[in-house]
Design a protein around this ligand. Structure first.
Ligand SMILES: [Zn+2]
Length: 79
């Protein structure tokens, strides 16, 4: 029982975190058209690329950048 706007916001956050699994779950659990869903995901990806801050719970409760290295493949290299 989610508000459509909330779902889209979560999809955007999923895109920000490149969290395709969460995105797909939101998509299957809610009646959102594929096009709109994809747009939300892409918007999140763009926000990350633009260096914008994420508004999700996890990110807002941790004001400093987390030390733990991301286990997934990251675009950042050692250099
Ligand atoms: Zn976040």
């Amino acid at each position: 029982m989610s508000n459509r706007a909330d779902v889209l916001a979560w999809m955007r956050i999923a895109g920000y975190h490149a969290d395709m699994r969460t995105f797909l779950r939101l998509y299957t659990e809610n009646r959102i058209s594929k096009r709109v869903a994809d747009e939300a995901y892409r918007a999140g990806t763009k926000q990350k690329l633009a260096g914008m801050r994420c508004m999700c719970h996890q990110c807002t409760k941790a004001p400093t950048q987390p030390e733990n290295p991301a286990p997934s493949t990251d675009e950042r290299t050692q250099r």
